[in-house]
Design a protein around this ligand. Structure first.
Ligand code: PLP
Length: 463
């Protein structure tokens, strides 16, 4: 009752129906008029006095405050009727450029959902125990780089598993590789700086560059990865290149040794940076993992990004950046201006997950699992016919099936209507697409569901 009285008066004052200085009925008479007890009216008047709508004059009564700014009336204008002003509802050009076209094929949780790992195989009981262990201890502000224990574990893991050369003081824990891209872009780029990006490529990388005021320059991908010579021939200087050399996103190409060396050579000559996004490198099925580009860089030109999103789960939002030594200070400065530090609780629990062997066990088990899912998927996809070509299945938890000249968007849309979750390859191009295909994630699709899901896909294709 008291809230209703408050709201009624606020609206009457702000809407101009009660004017500054006007007398308000006494609490007793208002209570009587409304047929309610006096208490809610008293409480409401006190509240309105405290908020400055009313003023009490001892001995004479309660009045609408004479101090009310005339703008108070604007508060209760019907929405969207404010006075027009040129550019009155402007947002920054940078942010308006970020809007991505709708993705009507991305509906719900159907088979082949991209970037989805096998959540039902994650050791949640151990994880819950570790979170509880650190619930009290990880309560303070800490380093902008993140938890030292986790950084030490990561430095050791990256050296042995990925050939990355670093010490713990070069590792920064971040909220997934998307934040790694964002911080890196803010450290490296001035407005207008060009950055080579892969075409087709990861829209999140283009977004992070655009947000920092940079200009993504699409460079085509062929069977060896980024076509460095093509980018160099354009003659335009770039400040950096963002690449996914282990398993190109989305085509799945592994960058050849020759291209890696060309890219490093370019960076050295141009004084440019290479951002190596190693987003799903834990899983490689037909050979040993390919060593990171960072490990063969002799000039400290590579910024290496990794993530736990594919190997553990994406809602965790934990990733890391390995920063060349001379860039640690600007990385820390940007981080402190952005979100100060990563969440301490997650980092502390994750450090123990690695130290106690749960992480390595999980990688071993899921490697087996995904290898099997991939085998079944590749086998089933043969049923689509000879004009369909599977590419990029050597690593990671997704592959691409190229569909020749068939337009991929209507196919993906019809697949979504059939309960599947496939992404059209053409949606990964910044410019006109030169290939059409479907990007299929298999990490989160149980092996026994794959034949049925491919059969559905086949009926979509045949229809
Ligand atoms: C190539 C690539 N980079 C970065 C990311 C971002 O991952 P996250 O921010 O979850 O670590 C993704 C997500 O799918 C990706 O595919």
């Amino acid at each position: 009752l008291y809230l209703q009285v408050c709201d009624g008066y606020r609206e009457a004052v702000a809407g101009g129906r009660l004017r500054p200085g006007q007398r308000i009925p006494s609490t007793r008479s208002l209570a009587a008029a409304l047929g309610i007890s006096r208490l809610p009216v008293l409480v409401a008047y006190e509240q309105l006095i405290a908020e400055g709508y009313f003023e009490a004059r001892p001995g004479s009564g309660t009045f609408v405050s004479r101090e009310l700014p005339s703008e108070a009336r604007l508060l209760h204008r019907p929405e969207g009727t404010g006075p027009g002003r040129a550019g009155g509802r402007r947002i920054a050009r940078r942010s308006s450029r970020l809007a991505r076209p709708a993705a009507p094929w991305a509906r719900g949780f159907g088979a082949f959902r991209l970037s989805e790992p096998a959540l039902d195989h994650f050791p949640f009981p151990a994880w819950s125990r570790l979170l509880a262990r650190h619930a009290r201890t990880a309560a303070q502000y800490g380093s902008a780089l993140g938890d030292l224990h986790l950084r030490e574990e990561l430095a050791a893991y990256l050296a042995s598993a990925r050939g990355v050369r670093c010490e713990a003081d070069q590792v920064m824990i971040v909220s997934g590789s998307q934040q790694a891209l964002e911080i890196t872009a803010r450290v490296l780029l001035d407005p207008g700086d060009r950055v080579w990006v892969e075409e087709p490529g990861y829209a999140g990388a283009r977004g992070a560059i655009a947000m920092a005021g940079g200009r993504p320059v699409p460079v085509p991908i062929d069977g060896e990865g980024l076509v460095v010579a093509r980018a160099r021939r354009s003659g335009r200087r770039a400040r950096a290149a963002v690449v996914t050399p282990s398993h190109q996103y989305p085509l799945g190409v592994t960058m050849s040794a020759a291209r890696r060396l060309q890219l490093l050579e370019w960076a050295r000559e141009a004084g440019a940076w290479i951002v190596e996004d190693d987003y799903d490198s834990e899983y490689r099925y037909d050979s040993q993992p390919i060593a990171a580009l960072q490990g063969i860089d002799r000039d400290q030109r590579v910024i290496y990004l990794g993530s736990f999103s594919k190997v553990l789960f994406p809602g965790l939002r934990v990733g890391y950046v390995v920063v060349p030594r001379d860039l640690t200070a600007p990385f820390i400065a940007v981080r402190e201006a952005m979100d100060i530090q990563p969440p301490a609780l997650l980092s502390a629990a994750l450090a123990d997950l690695i130290a106690e062997g749960h992480f390595a066990r999980h990688v071993r088990r899921t490697s087996q699992l995904y290898r099997e899912r991939r085998r079944v998927l590749v086998e089933c996809l043969r049923d689509l016919g000879p004009s369909w070509e599977v590419v990029g299945a050597e690593a990671g938890i997704h592959l691409v099936v190229l569909c020749g000249r068939r337009p991929d968007r209507p196919l993906a849309l019809r697949a979504a209507q059939a309960g599947l979750h496939v992404m059209p390859l053409s949606s990964c191009y910044a410019g006109p697409p030169t290939r059409q295909g479907l990007v299929l994630g298999y990490g989160g699709t149980p092996t026994h569901d794959i034949p049925g899901a491919v059969a559905k896909l086949r009926s979509v294709v045949e229809a």
